[in-house]
Design a protein around this ligand. Structure first.
Ligand SMILES: Cc1cc2nc3c(=O)[nH]c(=O)nc-3n(C[C@H](O)[C@H](O)[C@H](O)COP(=O)(O)O)c2cc1C
Length: 333
């Protein structure tokens, strides 16, 4: 591709990839602005889709937006650009989380980029029990290397350390389901059939573990009228801990970039994932989630990995709904 125009069609393609990223409670807390003069796509946080009770410092929101930034990067490379991502480019504008310059044409069309781009559409959160053999060590190593390349750390605790993290998550889950304000906030993001294209549809929810080992987020406790029957989850779960060296907004964005990169690479290996974020939502539990043996590092999220069905897509707002109307040129119907 020799000439690349950052026009409405290109923007739509880029932003469709961005919005396919995971976000906490599928809040999709992002907004985009296109500046064709500087060939820059600006990524902004959308405060009205934050979670003031669950995520008052907006850490999970930054992780979610970071995941969208990774997808933008992958889509831009696949379209032939060499994207330059600047995180938090303007200290006077804290909601401007990234600016992505797209004026450099990439001569290196890497096959791996096309593969990753394909994985954007096949990655879904899978909340059902996993089956199958353990994930090969070579795949886990590749996931850890992927995180490291994005300035994050991914480790796979076993034995007592894994049990300790699952106990912390279970304690957070107990608090989440008994705290009325948290319950009300979560409830407002669980959607019925005629709901807007954000929030989690009931069909995407999963069962609880009948053995009580795996503390899946208990959305059915939020909707006691419609409990799903419990099911046995994997007895030896593969849990990954994603951590960053720092704990500032730029680190949270990096955590989101790393998270999505790891999830896409996992998808290439048919490895499915769901997230266990509950303990991160209680500051003292998040603090003790830090592994005393592994030195400095701030835990950002736990990832449950395994083999299972691909899962189904969860609805997303259209690209035209999240692109600034002034620069859109996409036109609303
Ligand atoms: C920071 C963050 C935290 C999340 N925490 C959880 C969680 O604790 N439990 C869960 O089931 N899903 C969790 N999710 C997954 C979202 O619910 C999911 O990404 C969203 O509903 C969109 O669905 P999809 O991932 O299938 O596209 C989290 C996602 C992000 C980005």
């Amino acid at each position: 591709m020799d000439t690349l125009a950052l026009d409405a069609a290109a923007a739509e393609q880029l932003i469709s990839a961005a919005v396919a990223a995971p976000s906490i409670h599928n809040t999709q807390p992002w907004h985009f602005r296109l500046d064709p003069d500087t060939s820059t796509l600006q990524v902004r946080a959308l405060r009205e889709r934050s979670l003031p009770v669950t995520d008052p410092d907006r850490r999970a929101m930054h992780i979610s937006v970071g995941a969208a930034i990774l997808n933008l990067r992958v889509a831009a490379r696949r379209m032939g650009w060499a994207p330059l991502v600047r995180l938090l480019p303007d200290s006077a504008e804290p909601d401007l989380l990234a600016a992505i310059e797209l004026d450099e044409v990439s001569r290196a069309q890497l096959a791996s980029t096309t593969e990753l781009y394909g994985a954007i559409w096949r990655r879904h959160t899978v909340r059902t029990p996993f089956t199958g053999p353990p994930i090969p060590a070579a795949v886990l190593d590749q996931l850890a290397e992927t995180a490291l390349a994005e300035e994050a750390l991914l480790r796979f605790p076993a034995g007592e350390e894994r049990s300790r993290l699952l106990r912390l998550t279970a304690e957070a889950e107990r608090r989440n389901t008994t705290d009325p304000d948290r319950g009300a906030e979560s409830r407002s993001w669980i959607q019925g059939p005629d709901a807007p294209a954000y929030g989690i549809p009931r069909g995407a929810l999963g069962p609880q573990d009948s053995a009580g080992r795996m503390p899946m987020r208990d959305f059915s406790a939020i909707h006691p009228a419609e409990p799903l029957p419990p099911a046995p989850f994997e007895a030896e779960p593969c849990i990954a801990v994603l951590a960053t060296r720092g704990d500032a907004p730029a680190d949270w964005l990096r955590a989101g970039i790393a998270l999505e990169h790891v999830l896409l690479v996992a998808t290439l290996h048919q490895v499915r994932a769901s997230l266990l974020h509950q303990a991160m939502e209680w500051p003292e539990l998040r603090r003790v989630a830090r592994d005393p043996q592994s030195g400095p590092g701030y835990v950002q999220v736990l990832i449950r990995l395994g083999y299972g069905p691909e899962g189904a897509p969860t609805p997303r707002l259209a690209a035209s709904d999240v692109l600034d109307p002034e620069d859109r040129g996409l036109g609303r119907p």
